[in-house]
Design a protein around this ligand. Structure first.
Ligand code: TYM
Length: 364
């Protein structure tokens, strides 16, 4: 066991060396500001999770992953690929395994550094599910039934309204609480889950004594990224995504399918960049976005020109990450080594919390 742990750590160190990554040049300054040169000794802890959905889209990156990358320099950062959560809608074992590795490679390619943060797979630390059960006993069913994502999922998969869909936010609360994280970088679509997590740990603390902090959400400057339809939030389940690590052709196809200002019918009509999703996205891919918006407003440029430019900028911006992703997927053992070492590193933390919680609840 110890030998296996040491081997995994050695592998992870080697992987970390290979994975040394220079993040793409940022076109927009996101809050909070980037890396101090020297990391402080004791840093506040943050946690976030992402589903192994098979693809990583622009909404994930602008809404959350950019913050994961930046915050790893300031905080003790723990990032989790939430395969237990994914089981509420993915039932194909091979697909889940493949997507989990793909998501890990995507996050590493986008700038997570295994020397700066801990990246792991949720099911590799099974304490999460034990804590979930314990937290479930302080969570009224009514809180879960009124969760917007539960109502949405019930509609999206009416033939598969499994119990996991209802309990989903309790597992999410356990993910954060087990490491006593105080901040959670997420997109705005996770606000209701985060609020529920706070309520759940508050209920636990009230019943059993102060144990868990109430974690706060941390948002980027793009907390809600709309999809190519320009109406709904970008999401794989809606099918309105721009897949940032896809081939340039695929990215171009997705960007060119974007709905712009629906009231701009003729090329000579003035556009409304404030409601045009393409114009809004330009904010994140160049310093000249005001000029671009002005071109639309004055009908100097057409929607097709603006989309072509955006497609090229997205392709260029993610080109280094796309290359890194291909390289990582060609060395799957390294990716797996990083995940294994991450889960090993978290064992003492997760076990210490569980010991405390069991004692408080009368289980030991
Ligand atoms: P998931 O996998 O749906 O999304 C991962 C992250 O991407 C953000 N995001 C977006 N942000 C802005 N605009 C969008 N269109 C957009 N789409 C996705 C999400 O807000 C999220 O930050 N339930 C979570 C996973 C989870 C988790 C956790 C998160 C499990 N446990 C504990 C935080 C803490 C989810 O399904 O994210």
């Amino acid at each position: 066991m110890a030998r296996a742990g040491r081997a995994a750590q050695g592998q992870a160190r080697r992987a970390a060396r290979r994975l040394r990554y220079t993040p793409p040049t940022m076109t927009v300054q996101l809050e909070p500001s980037p890396a101090p040169a020297q990391a402080p000794v004791s840093r506040p802890r943050i946690f976030s999770g992402i589903q192994p959905s098979g693809i990583v889209h622009l909404g994930n990156d602008l809404g959350a992953i950019r913050n994961y990358v930046m915050l790893q320099y300031e905080y003790e950062a723990i990032y989790c690929i939430v395969d237990y959560h994914a089981l509420t809608s993915t039932h194909d074992a091979e697909a889940l395994r493949r997507r989990t590795r793909e998501m890990a490679a995507s996050l590493l390619a986008l700038g997570l550094d295994p020397d700066r943060c801990t990246l792991f797979v949720q099911s590799h630390r099974p304490e999460h599910t034990e804590l979930m059960w314990l937290l479930a006993t302080v969570t009224p069913v009514s809180w879960l039934e009124r969760t917007p994502t539960y109502k949405e999922k019930k509609q999206n998969q009416p033939d598969d309204v499994n119990h996991g869909l209802l309990t989903y936010p309790v597992l999410q609360a356990a993910d954060i609480a087990i490491y006593k994280a105080t901040k959670v970088p997420v997109g705005k679509d996770q606000a209701a889950h985060l609020e529920l997590s706070r309520e759940i740990v508050r209920a636990f603390n009230n019943r059993y004594g102060e144990t868990f902090p109430e974690a706060e959400a941390v948002y980027t400057t793009a907390p809600v990224v709309l999809g190519t339809d320009g109406v709904k939030k970008m999401s794989k389940s809606v099918g309105n995504t721009i897949e940032i690590l896809a081939s340039p052709e695929e990215i171009r196809r997705q960007v060119m399918s974007m709905v712009t200002d629906t009231k701009r019918i003729l090329r000579s009509d003035p556009g409304r960049p404030e409601v045009c999703n393409v114009c809004q996205m330009h904010r994140f891919f160049g310093d000249d976005w005001e000029e671009i918006q002005d071109g639309e407003r004055s009908a100097r440029t057409g929607c097709v020109d603006t989309k072509k430019l955006l497609a090229q900028r997205v392709i260029d911006h993610y080109a280094p990450a796309r290359e890194r992703y291909a390289e990582l997927m060609a060395h799957p053992a390294e990716v797996d080594g990083v995940l294994e070492a991450g889960a090993d590193r978290l064992r003492p933390l997760a076990q210490a919390t569980m010991d405390e919680v069991r004692a408080r609840m009368g289980l030991r």
